[in-house]
Design a protein around this ligand. Structure first.
Ligand SMILES: *[C@@H]1O[C@H](CO)[C@@H](O)[C@H](O)[C@H]1NC(C)=O
Ligand SMILES: *[C@@H]1O[C@H](CO)[C@@H](O)[C@H](O)[C@H]1NC(C)=O
Length: 475
Protein backbone atom coordinates (compact mmCIF):
# COMPACT_ATOMS: atom_id res chain seq x y z
CA UNK A 1 0.00 0.00 0.00
CA UNK A 2 2.65 2.40 1.11
CA UNK A 3 4.98 1.65 -1.73
CA UNK A 4 2.22 1.96 -4.30
CA UNK A 5 1.34 5.43 -3.07
CA UNK A 6 4.97 6.33 -3.16
CA UNK A 7 5.27 5.04 -6.66
CA UNK A 8 2.26 7.03 -7.86
CA UNK A 9 3.59 10.07 -6.10
CA UNK A 10 6.95 9.77 -7.79
CA UNK A 11 5.28 9.43 -11.19
CA UNK A 12 3.33 12.59 -10.44
CA UNK A 13 6.54 14.26 -9.33
CA UNK A 14 8.35 13.22 -12.46
CA UNK A 15 5.57 14.57 -14.63
CA UNK A 16 5.49 17.83 -12.74
CA UNK A 17 9.21 18.12 -13.02
CA UNK A 18 9.12 17.45 -16.76
CA UNK A 19 6.42 20.07 -17.13
CA UNK A 20 8.43 22.58 -15.18
CA UNK A 21 11.61 21.79 -17.09
CA UNK A 22 9.94 21.99 -20.49
CA UNK A 23 8.12 25.22 -19.86
CA UNK A 24 10.70 27.02 -17.76
CA UNK A 25 11.63 29.23 -20.72
CA UNK A 26 13.43 32.51 -20.30
CA UNK A 27 14.24 33.58 -16.74
CA UNK A 28 12.71 36.73 -15.31
CA UNK A 29 16.18 38.10 -14.94
CA UNK A 30 16.96 37.58 -18.62
CA UNK A 31 13.65 39.17 -19.63
CA UNK A 32 14.49 42.25 -17.54
CA UNK A 33 17.96 42.39 -18.99
CA UNK A 34 16.54 42.39 -22.51
CA UNK A 35 14.05 45.10 -21.55
CA UNK A 36 16.89 47.29 -20.33
CA UNK A 37 18.89 46.57 -23.46
CA UNK A 38 15.95 47.71 -25.60
CA UNK A 39 15.56 50.81 -23.46
CA UNK A 40 19.23 51.54 -24.15
CA UNK A 41 18.66 51.07 -27.89
CA UNK A 42 15.81 53.55 -27.85
CA UNK A 43 17.76 56.22 -25.98
CA UNK A 44 20.87 55.75 -28.08
CA UNK A 45 18.83 56.48 -31.22
CA UNK A 46 16.55 59.08 -29.65
CA UNK A 47 19.40 61.09 -28.14
CA UNK A 48 21.25 60.80 -31.46
CA UNK A 49 18.25 62.20 -33.28
CA UNK A 50 17.76 65.07 -30.83
CA UNK A 51 21.43 65.92 -30.80
CA UNK A 52 22.25 65.66 -34.49
CA UNK A 53 19.03 65.77 -36.50
CA UNK A 54 16.15 67.63 -34.83
CA UNK A 55 14.23 69.57 -36.22
CA UNK A 56 14.68 67.60 -39.44
CA UNK A 57 12.44 64.60 -40.10
CA UNK A 58 15.05 61.90 -39.63
CA UNK A 59 18.53 61.18 -38.37
CA UNK A 60 21.15 60.06 -40.85
CA UNK A 61 22.95 57.49 -38.71
CA UNK A 62 26.21 57.31 -40.66
CA UNK A 63 26.88 61.00 -41.28
CA UNK A 64 25.24 61.92 -37.94
CA UNK A 65 23.13 64.76 -39.27
CA UNK A 66 19.50 65.31 -40.16
CA UNK A 67 17.39 65.47 -43.30
CA UNK A 68 13.77 65.94 -44.28
CA UNK A 69 12.12 62.92 -45.82
CA UNK A 70 8.35 62.58 -45.62
CA UNK A 71 7.60 66.24 -44.95
CA UNK A 72 9.43 68.85 -43.06
CA UNK A 73 7.68 68.38 -39.79
CA UNK A 74 10.15 66.87 -37.28
CA UNK A 75 8.65 63.52 -38.11
CA UNK A 76 10.79 61.32 -35.87
CA UNK A 77 10.06 63.39 -32.76
CA UNK A 78 6.28 63.40 -33.20
CA UNK A 79 6.21 59.73 -34.15
CA UNK A 80 8.36 58.72 -31.14
CA UNK A 81 6.33 60.60 -28.53
CA UNK A 82 4.29 57.61 -27.40
CA UNK A 83 7.38 55.43 -27.00
CA UNK A 84 8.57 57.90 -24.36
CA UNK A 85 5.24 57.33 -22.61
CA UNK A 86 5.46 53.56 -22.92
CA UNK A 87 8.92 53.75 -21.34
CA UNK A 88 7.56 55.98 -18.60
CA UNK A 89 9.77 59.03 -19.23
CA UNK A 90 7.44 61.75 -17.93
CA UNK A 91 9.88 64.64 -17.87
CA UNK A 92 11.05 64.10 -21.43
CA UNK A 93 7.48 63.54 -22.64
CA UNK A 94 6.40 66.83 -21.10
CA UNK A 95 9.34 68.69 -22.54
CA UNK A 96 8.76 67.24 -26.04
CA UNK A 97 5.06 68.08 -25.96
CA UNK A 98 6.03 71.67 -25.16
CA UNK A 99 8.51 71.68 -28.01
CA UNK A 100 5.98 70.32 -30.50
CA UNK A 101 3.32 72.80 -29.45
CA UNK A 102 5.74 75.67 -29.70
CA UNK A 103 7.50 74.75 -32.93
CA UNK A 104 5.36 72.51 -35.11
CA UNK A 105 3.67 74.32 -37.96
CA UNK A 106 1.67 72.57 -40.62
CA UNK A 107 0.70 75.67 -42.57
CA UNK A 108 3.48 75.14 -45.07
CA UNK A 109 3.80 74.80 -48.81
CA UNK A 110 4.91 71.17 -49.05
CA UNK A 111 3.53 68.14 -50.83
CA UNK A 112 3.15 65.20 -48.47
CA UNK A 113 1.91 61.64 -48.56
CA UNK A 114 -1.61 61.55 -47.14
CA UNK A 115 -1.01 58.03 -45.85
CA UNK A 116 2.34 58.66 -44.15
CA UNK A 117 1.18 61.94 -42.63
CA UNK A 118 -1.81 60.18 -41.18
CA UNK A 119 -0.10 57.18 -39.64
CA UNK A 120 3.00 58.96 -38.37
CA UNK A 121 1.98 62.54 -37.62
CA UNK A 122 -1.72 62.30 -36.83
CA UNK A 123 -1.16 58.98 -35.05
CA UNK A 124 1.70 60.47 -33.02
CA UNK A 125 -0.25 63.58 -32.02
CA UNK A 126 -3.38 61.65 -31.02
CA UNK A 127 -1.45 59.10 -28.96
CA UNK A 128 0.43 61.91 -27.27
CA UNK A 129 -2.85 63.67 -26.53
CA UNK A 130 -4.43 60.56 -25.02
CA UNK A 131 -1.36 59.77 -22.92
CA UNK A 132 -0.88 63.34 -21.68
CA UNK A 133 -2.58 62.95 -18.33
CA UNK A 134 -0.84 59.68 -17.51
CA UNK A 135 2.43 61.43 -18.29
CA UNK A 136 1.74 64.04 -15.64
CA UNK A 137 0.68 66.88 -17.89
CA UNK A 138 -1.83 69.19 -16.25
CA UNK A 139 -4.51 68.63 -18.87
CA UNK A 140 -7.03 71.35 -19.65
CA UNK A 141 -10.68 71.35 -18.66
CA UNK A 142 -12.62 69.02 -20.92
CA UNK A 143 -9.74 66.67 -21.74
CA UNK A 144 -9.79 64.19 -23.50
CA UNK A 145 -12.40 65.98 -25.60
CA UNK A 146 -10.07 68.96 -25.88
CA UNK A 147 -6.40 69.74 -25.57
CA UNK A 148 -3.63 71.40 -27.57
CA UNK A 149 -2.32 68.21 -29.21
CA UNK A 150 -5.86 67.31 -30.22
CA UNK A 151 -6.30 70.74 -31.84
CA UNK A 152 -3.04 70.23 -33.67
CA UNK A 153 -4.16 66.79 -34.85
CA UNK A 154 -7.39 68.31 -36.13
CA UNK A 155 -5.43 70.99 -37.97
CA UNK A 156 -3.37 68.30 -39.71
CA UNK A 157 -6.41 66.17 -40.54
CA UNK A 158 -8.20 69.21 -41.99
CA UNK A 159 -5.24 69.67 -44.34
CA UNK A 160 -5.59 66.03 -45.49
CA UNK A 161 -9.35 66.17 -46.03
CA UNK A 162 -9.24 67.74 -49.54
CA UNK A 163 -7.63 64.51 -50.77
CA UNK A 164 -10.88 62.65 -50.04
CA UNK A 165 -12.97 64.87 -52.27
CA UNK A 166 -13.17 62.45 -55.21
CA UNK A 167 -16.09 60.75 -57.02
CA UNK A 168 -15.31 57.42 -55.36
CA UNK A 169 -14.47 58.77 -51.90
CA UNK A 170 -11.04 57.19 -52.19
CA UNK A 171 -8.30 59.73 -51.45
CA UNK A 172 -5.49 60.98 -53.64
CA UNK A 173 -2.06 59.90 -52.48
CA UNK A 174 -0.60 63.39 -52.09
CA UNK A 175 -1.73 66.75 -50.77
CA UNK A 176 -0.05 70.07 -50.36
CA UNK A 177 -0.48 71.00 -46.70
CA UNK A 178 -1.40 74.56 -47.65
CA UNK A 179 -3.02 74.27 -51.08
CA UNK A 180 -4.82 70.90 -51.09
CA UNK A 181 -4.43 68.41 -53.93
CA UNK A 182 -1.66 69.62 -56.29
CA UNK A 183 -2.48 70.44 -59.88
CA UNK A 184 -1.91 67.41 -62.10
CA UNK A 185 -1.67 64.95 -59.21
CA UNK A 186 -1.95 61.32 -60.29
CA UNK A 187 -5.28 59.68 -59.43
CA UNK A 188 -3.60 56.29 -59.01
CA UNK A 189 -2.88 55.20 -55.47
CA UNK A 190 -2.31 51.97 -53.61
CA UNK A 191 -4.98 50.13 -51.65
CA UNK A 192 -3.29 50.77 -48.31
CA UNK A 193 -3.15 54.45 -49.26
CA UNK A 194 -6.95 54.35 -49.53
CA UNK A 195 -7.79 52.21 -46.52
CA UNK A 196 -5.46 53.26 -43.70
CA UNK A 197 -7.23 56.18 -42.01
CA UNK A 198 -10.04 54.81 -39.91
CA UNK A 199 -8.03 54.29 -36.70
CA UNK A 200 -6.76 57.88 -36.51
CA UNK A 201 -9.73 59.56 -38.20
CA UNK A 202 -12.20 57.55 -36.13
CA UNK A 203 -10.40 58.48 -32.90
CA UNK A 204 -10.33 62.12 -33.99
CA UNK A 205 -14.06 62.14 -34.63
CA UNK A 206 -14.87 60.50 -31.31
CA UNK A 207 -12.63 62.98 -29.49
CA UNK A 208 -13.67 66.18 -31.24
CA UNK A 209 -17.31 65.26 -31.76
CA UNK A 210 -17.00 66.11 -35.46
CA UNK A 211 -18.08 63.04 -37.44
CA UNK A 212 -16.54 64.12 -40.75
CA UNK A 213 -13.20 62.34 -40.28
CA UNK A 214 -14.70 58.98 -39.41
CA UNK A 215 -17.16 59.36 -42.28
CA UNK A 216 -14.58 60.01 -44.99
CA UNK A 217 -12.35 57.20 -43.71
CA UNK A 218 -15.27 54.75 -43.67
CA UNK A 219 -16.37 55.81 -47.12
CA UNK A 220 -12.88 55.11 -48.49
CA UNK A 221 -12.70 51.72 -46.72
CA UNK A 222 -16.07 50.65 -48.08
CA UNK A 223 -15.17 51.91 -51.56
CA UNK A 224 -12.20 49.52 -51.68
CA UNK A 225 -14.41 46.61 -50.65
CA UNK A 226 -17.11 47.57 -53.13
CA UNK A 227 -14.52 47.31 -55.89
CA UNK A 228 -13.34 43.83 -54.84
CA UNK A 229 -13.17 41.08 -57.46
CA UNK A 230 -15.86 38.39 -57.85
CA UNK A 231 -13.68 36.07 -55.73
CA UNK A 232 -13.38 38.70 -52.96
CA UNK A 233 -9.78 39.76 -53.51
CA UNK A 234 -8.59 43.36 -53.74
CA UNK A 235 -5.86 44.60 -56.04
CA UNK A 236 -2.77 46.68 -55.43
CA UNK A 237 -3.37 50.07 -57.12
CA UNK A 238 -6.57 51.83 -58.04
CA UNK A 239 -7.66 54.99 -59.84
CA UNK A 240 -9.50 57.10 -57.25
CA UNK A 241 -11.46 58.98 -59.92
CA UNK A 242 -12.85 55.97 -61.78
CA UNK A 243 -12.40 53.04 -59.37
CA UNK A 244 -10.47 51.11 -62.01
CA UNK A 245 -7.76 48.77 -60.70
CA UNK A 246 -4.42 49.65 -62.31
CA UNK A 247 -2.40 46.91 -60.58
CA UNK A 248 -4.35 43.70 -60.14
CA UNK A 249 -2.00 41.65 -58.01
CA UNK A 250 -3.51 40.60 -54.73
CA UNK A 251 -1.60 39.73 -51.59
CA UNK A 252 -1.35 40.68 -47.93
CA UNK A 253 1.81 42.81 -48.23
CA UNK A 254 3.14 45.97 -49.85
CA UNK A 255 0.45 48.25 -51.24
CA UNK A 256 -2.38 46.46 -49.45
CA UNK A 257 -1.22 45.43 -45.96
CA UNK A 258 -2.61 48.03 -43.57
CA UNK A 259 -6.04 48.00 -45.22
CA UNK A 260 -6.58 44.64 -43.48
CA UNK A 261 -4.82 45.75 -40.31
CA UNK A 262 -7.05 48.80 -39.96
CA UNK A 263 -10.27 46.88 -40.58
CA UNK A 264 -9.46 44.73 -37.57
CA UNK A 265 -8.04 47.43 -35.30
CA UNK A 266 -10.87 49.86 -36.01
CA UNK A 267 -13.52 47.17 -35.55
CA UNK A 268 -12.35 46.87 -31.95
CA UNK A 269 -11.40 50.46 -31.28
CA UNK A 270 -14.58 52.02 -32.65
CA UNK A 271 -16.86 49.07 -31.93
CA UNK A 272 -17.85 48.62 -35.56
CA UNK A 273 -18.69 44.95 -36.20
CA UNK A 274 -19.35 45.68 -39.89
CA UNK A 275 -15.61 46.21 -40.37
CA UNK A 276 -14.84 42.85 -38.78
CA UNK A 277 -17.42 41.30 -41.10
CA UNK A 278 -15.53 42.66 -44.12
CA UNK A 279 -12.26 41.34 -42.73
CA UNK A 280 -13.75 37.90 -42.19
CA UNK A 281 -15.01 37.70 -45.77
CA UNK A 282 -11.67 38.94 -47.08
CA UNK A 283 -9.85 36.42 -44.92
CA UNK A 284 -11.81 33.50 -46.37
CA UNK A 285 -10.69 34.54 -49.86
CA UNK A 286 -7.11 35.09 -48.70
CA UNK A 287 -6.95 31.62 -47.14
CA UNK A 288 -8.46 30.05 -50.21
CA UNK A 289 -6.48 31.78 -52.94
CA UNK A 290 -3.29 33.13 -51.39
CA UNK A 291 -2.37 30.65 -48.68
CA UNK A 292 -0.07 27.81 -49.65
CA UNK A 293 0.99 25.72 -46.68
CA UNK A 294 2.00 28.28 -44.06
CA UNK A 295 2.87 31.03 -46.52
CA UNK A 296 0.80 33.67 -48.27
CA UNK A 297 1.63 34.27 -51.92
CA UNK A 298 0.59 36.86 -54.51
CA UNK A 299 -2.07 36.08 -57.09
CA UNK A 300 -4.28 37.76 -59.68
CA UNK A 301 -7.30 39.34 -58.03
CA UNK A 302 -9.68 38.06 -60.71
CA UNK A 303 -8.74 34.37 -60.88
CA UNK A 304 -6.39 33.74 -57.98
CA UNK A 305 -3.54 32.54 -60.22
CA UNK A 306 -0.23 32.73 -58.36
CA UNK A 307 2.02 35.47 -59.76
CA UNK A 308 4.76 35.74 -57.17
CA UNK A 309 5.82 33.23 -54.51
CA UNK A 310 7.39 35.76 -52.19
CA UNK A 311 7.13 36.68 -48.55
CA UNK A 312 7.61 40.41 -47.94
CA UNK A 313 8.97 41.87 -44.72
CA UNK A 314 5.91 44.12 -44.53
CA UNK A 315 3.65 41.06 -44.41
CA UNK A 316 4.91 40.17 -40.95
CA UNK A 317 2.08 42.25 -39.42
CA UNK A 318 -0.32 39.47 -40.43
CA UNK A 319 0.19 37.05 -37.51
CA UNK A 320 -0.47 40.00 -35.18
CA UNK A 321 -3.77 40.67 -36.92
CA UNK A 322 -4.65 36.97 -36.75
CA UNK A 323 -3.92 37.10 -33.02
CA UNK A 324 -6.24 40.08 -32.64
CA UNK A 325 -9.06 38.16 -34.33
CA UNK A 326 -8.41 35.18 -32.06
CA UNK A 327 -6.74 32.75 -34.46
CA UNK A 328 -3.68 32.17 -32.32
CA UNK A 329 -2.87 28.77 -33.80
CA UNK A 330 -2.49 30.01 -37.35
CA UNK A 331 -0.60 33.04 -36.08
CA UNK A 332 1.93 30.75 -34.35
CA UNK A 333 2.52 28.71 -37.50
CA UNK A 334 2.99 31.76 -39.69
CA UNK A 335 5.25 33.57 -37.27
CA UNK A 336 7.41 30.46 -37.06
CA UNK A 337 8.05 30.63 -40.82
CA UNK A 338 8.81 34.34 -40.73
CA UNK A 339 11.22 33.80 -37.89
CA UNK A 340 12.97 31.10 -39.91
CA UNK A 341 13.60 33.73 -42.59
CA UNK A 342 14.96 36.05 -39.91
CA UNK A 343 17.33 33.29 -38.75
CA UNK A 344 18.53 32.60 -42.26
CA UNK A 345 19.80 36.15 -42.80
CA UNK A 346 19.77 37.75 -39.37
CA UNK A 347 17.07 40.09 -40.71
CA UNK A 348 14.00 39.78 -42.91
CA UNK A 349 14.71 41.04 -46.44
CA UNK A 350 12.10 43.24 -48.11
CA UNK A 351 11.29 40.26 -50.39
CA UNK A 352 12.01 36.59 -49.84
CA UNK A 353 11.59 34.22 -52.76
CA UNK A 354 10.05 31.18 -51.07
CA UNK A 355 10.89 28.39 -53.56
CA UNK A 356 14.48 29.63 -53.95
CA UNK A 357 14.98 30.59 -50.29
CA UNK A 358 16.72 33.83 -51.22
CA UNK A 359 16.26 37.56 -51.37
CA UNK A 360 15.83 38.84 -54.93
CA UNK A 361 18.13 41.58 -56.27
CA UNK A 362 17.36 45.07 -55.00
CA UNK A 363 14.97 43.69 -52.38
CA UNK A 364 17.66 42.67 -49.92
CA UNK A 365 17.32 45.49 -47.42
CA UNK A 366 15.91 45.66 -43.90
CA UNK A 367 15.04 49.27 -42.96
CA UNK A 368 14.56 48.39 -39.25
CA UNK A 369 10.90 47.53 -39.79
CA UNK A 370 8.56 46.84 -36.86
CA UNK A 371 6.01 44.42 -38.33
CA UNK A 372 7.45 41.13 -37.07
CA UNK A 373 8.10 42.62 -33.64
CA UNK A 374 4.54 43.91 -33.34
CA UNK A 375 3.19 40.47 -34.21
CA UNK A 376 5.45 38.84 -31.61
CA UNK A 377 4.17 41.32 -29.03
CA UNK A 378 0.48 40.52 -29.60
CA UNK A 379 1.14 36.81 -29.84
CA UNK A 380 3.19 36.74 -26.65
CA UNK A 381 0.43 38.61 -24.83
CA UNK A 382 -2.05 36.00 -26.05
CA UNK A 383 -0.01 32.86 -25.40
CA UNK A 384 2.87 33.68 -23.00
CA UNK A 385 4.87 31.24 -25.10
CA UNK A 386 8.52 31.86 -24.27
CA UNK A 387 9.64 30.77 -27.73
CA UNK A 388 8.31 34.14 -28.85
CA UNK A 389 10.62 35.87 -26.37
CA UNK A 390 13.53 33.97 -27.88
CA UNK A 391 12.49 35.16 -31.34
CA UNK A 392 12.34 38.76 -30.12
CA UNK A 393 15.74 38.32 -28.47
CA UNK A 394 17.17 37.22 -31.85
CA UNK A 395 15.94 40.49 -33.30
CA UNK A 396 17.62 42.52 -30.56
CA UNK A 397 20.89 40.66 -31.08
CA UNK A 398 21.06 41.26 -34.84
CA UNK A 399 20.09 44.91 -34.65
CA UNK A 400 22.68 45.54 -31.96
CA UNK A 401 25.32 43.62 -33.84
CA UNK A 402 24.90 44.98 -37.35
CA UNK A 403 22.79 48.15 -37.39
CA UNK A 404 24.15 50.18 -34.49
CA UNK A 405 26.25 53.22 -35.31
CA UNK A 406 27.90 55.95 -33.30
CA UNK A 407 24.76 58.13 -33.26
CA UNK A 408 21.85 55.78 -33.98
CA UNK A 409 20.80 52.70 -35.93
CA UNK A 410 21.11 52.29 -39.67
CA UNK A 411 18.97 50.66 -42.32
CA UNK A 412 20.45 47.35 -43.38
CA UNK A 413 21.17 47.69 -47.07
CA UNK A 414 21.72 44.03 -47.76
CA UNK A 415 20.75 41.20 -45.42
CA UNK A 416 23.27 38.88 -47.10
CA UNK A 417 26.35 40.85 -46.07
CA UNK A 418 24.88 43.19 -43.41
CA UNK A 419 26.11 46.34 -45.13
CA UNK A 420 24.28 49.42 -43.87
CA UNK A 421 23.17 52.76 -45.28
CA UNK A 422 22.60 56.31 -44.08
CA UNK A 423 18.93 56.18 -43.09
CA UNK A 424 16.93 55.62 -39.90
CA UNK A 425 13.18 55.71 -40.53
CA UNK A 426 10.97 57.21 -37.83
CA UNK A 427 9.30 53.87 -37.18
CA UNK A 428 12.44 52.53 -35.55
CA UNK A 429 11.77 54.77 -32.53
CA UNK A 430 7.98 54.86 -32.91
CA UNK A 431 7.39 51.15 -33.35
CA UNK A 432 10.35 48.74 -33.52
CA UNK A 433 11.87 49.71 -30.16
CA UNK A 434 8.44 50.31 -28.61
CA UNK A 435 7.10 46.86 -29.42
CA UNK A 436 10.38 45.20 -28.43
CA UNK A 437 10.17 47.02 -25.11
CA UNK A 438 6.54 45.98 -24.63
CA UNK A 439 7.44 42.34 -25.23
CA UNK A 440 10.02 42.34 -22.45
CA UNK A 441 8.26 44.76 -20.09
CA UNK A 442 5.70 42.22 -18.97
CA UNK A 443 3.95 44.54 -16.46
CA UNK A 444 3.71 47.59 -18.73
CA UNK A 445 0.58 49.73 -18.28
CA UNK A 446 -0.24 49.19 -21.94
CA UNK A 447 -0.91 45.51 -21.26
CA UNK A 448 -4.54 45.62 -20.24
CA UNK A 449 -7.89 44.85 -21.75
CA UNK A 450 -9.11 48.44 -21.60
CA UNK A 451 -11.69 47.11 -19.16
CA UNK A 452 -10.77 49.31 -16.23
CA UNK A 453 -9.51 52.81 -15.62
CA UNK A 454 -10.94 56.32 -15.48
CA UNK A 455 -12.32 56.34 -19.03
CA UNK A 456 -12.61 52.66 -19.77
CA UNK A 457 -15.43 50.75 -21.36
CA UNK A 458 -18.79 52.30 -22.09
CA UNK A 459 -19.88 53.07 -18.52
CA UNK A 460 -18.75 56.51 -17.56
CA UNK A 461 -16.77 57.09 -20.75
CA UNK A 462 -16.88 60.72 -21.81
CA UNK A 463 -18.95 61.64 -24.82
CA UNK A 464 -17.10 64.25 -26.80
CA UNK A 465 -19.41 66.79 -28.38
CA UNK A 466 -22.08 64.15 -28.88
CA UNK A 467 -19.96 62.53 -31.60
CA UNK A 468 -19.82 59.11 -30.07
CA UNK A 469 -18.52 57.16 -27.16
CA UNK A 470 -14.87 57.11 -26.39
CA UNK A 471 -13.62 53.64 -25.74
CA UNK A 472 -10.15 53.50 -27.00
CA UNK A 473 -6.52 53.13 -26.37
CA UNK A 474 -4.38 54.13 -29.28
CA UNK A 475 -1.33 52.29 -30.62
C1 LIG B 1 14.28 60.62 -20.19
O1 LIG B 1 14.92 60.96 -21.40
C2 LIG B 1 16.01 61.86 -21.28
C3 LIG B 1 16.51 62.16 -22.68
O2 LIG B 1 16.98 61.02 -23.28
C4 LIG B 1 17.07 61.25 -20.40
O3 LIG B 1 18.12 62.17 -20.21
C5 LIG B 1 16.47 60.85 -19.06
O4 LIG B 1 17.45 60.16 -18.30
C6 LIG B 1 15.28 59.96 -19.26
N1 LIG B 1 14.64 59.71 -17.99
C7 LIG B 1 14.23 58.50 -17.61
C8 LIG B 1 13.56 58.40 -16.30
O5 LIG B 1 14.40 57.51 -18.29
C1 LIG C 1 3.70 69.93 -55.48
O1 LIG C 1 3.39 69.13 -56.61
C2 LIG C 1 2.98 69.86 -57.76
C3 LIG C 1 2.51 68.88 -58.80
O2 LIG C 1 3.45 67.88 -59.00
C4 LIG C 1 4.13 70.74 -58.23
O3 LIG C 1 3.72 71.50 -59.34
C5 LIG C 1 4.52 71.67 -57.07
O4 LIG C 1 5.64 72.45 -57.45
C6 LIG C 1 4.84 70.86 -55.83
N1 LIG C 1 5.07 71.79 -54.73
C7 LIG C 1 6.15 71.72 -53.96
C8 LIG C 1 6.26 72.72 -52.90
O5 LIG C 1 7.02 70.88 -54.13
Amino acid sequence: MFSRTKCILSVVCLNLCLLVCLSSGMSDQEIRRLREEVRGMFYHAYDGYMRHAYPYDELRPLSCDGHDTWGSYSLTLIDALDTLAVMGNKTEFQWVVGLILERANFDVNINVSVFETNIRILGGLLSGHLMSRRMGIDVEEGWPCSGPLLRMAKDVADRLLPAFDTPTGMPYGTVNLREGVPEGETPVTCTAGVGTYIVEFGALSRLTGDPVYEEVALRALHAVWNHRSPINLVGNHIDVLTGRWTAQDSGIGAGIDSYFEYLVKAAGLLQRPELMAIFKQARVAIEKHLRHEDWYLWATMTKGYVTMAVFQSLEAYWPGVLTLVGDVNTAQRIVYNYHQVWRQFGFTPEFYNIPQSEAPNNREGYPLRPELVESLMYLFQATKDHNLLEMAADIVVSIQHSAKTECGYATVKNVNDHTIENRMESFFLAETTKYLYLIFDTDNWMHNTGGSGPHAGSEGAPVCGGGGRLCLQLR
